[in-house]
Ligand binder design. Structure first.
Ligand code: ZN
Length: 83
């Protein structure tokens, strides 16, 4: 499991239109999202869930690359200390 699995997102309930708070893992792992208010739920298709999973993985890799790029920029930056 990656570090974005627990990231929350909000889906509109198909019945009452309130936000259903789910993690990315709920979508691609449990493959369902249930409204706490009215009990309506989405049951996701396996293929779509796997697309969400690979997109989350891509996002994790992109975040790592961004972190690395920022670290490199910090190391090579010209530093000006205010005195
Ligand atoms: Zn609802």
């Amino acid at each position: 499991m990656g570090k974005l699995d627990k990231k929350m997102t909000g889906l509109p309930c198909p019945k009452c239109d309130r936000a259903i708070e789910v993690t990315y893992y709920d979508i691609f792992g449990k493959k369902e999202a249930k409204c706490k208010r009215c009990g309506s739920m989405y049951k996701f298709k396996p293929l779509d869930a796997s697309h969400v999973k690979s997109a989350v993985s891509g996002l994790e890799r992109a975040q790592e690359k961004l972190g690395d790029a920022i670290q490199k920029a910090l190391k090579t930056a010209d530093v000006q200390l205010k005195r």
